[in-house]
Unconditional design. Structure first.
Length: 106
């Protein structure tokens, strides 16, 4: 069911603009990502996630029974998920200013 004033349902893909360099070099500042809330979040998937009071974009990693949020830029720490979290969706496409920057992930 749509929220009042919303043009899409919670299950429809949506677009977000990448801000910052935490996911560089794969996702640069200004890239547009398409997020599909209906895709399963498997290990290695790029996800938009609510965790520890923030909504962030990271790679979801499962290793040895533990779950992590991994920034591709090594200047940012890998975070072990130790509490409640909610995956808002899985990144299925990236677009940039040039057509060659478009990439599909699923």
């Amino acid at each position: 069911m749509n929220q009042a004033g919303s043009g899409c349902s919670a299950a429809e893909p949506y677009a977000l603009r990448v801000m910052g360099d935490s996911m560089s070099p794969e996702f640069n500042d200004g890239h547009i990502i398409i997020v599909d809330p209906g895709m399963p979040a498997i290990s290695g998937a790029f996800v938009v996630v609510d965790y520890d009071g923030d909504t962030t974009f990271r790679q979801f990693i499962i290793e040895d029974g533990k779950k992590y949020l991994h920034a591709l830029n090594q200047a940012y720490p890998r975070t072990e998920i130790k509490g409640e979290y909610a995956i808002r969706g899985v990144v299925v496409q990236r677009s940039g200013r040039r057509r060659k920057e478009t990439k599909h992930y699923y």
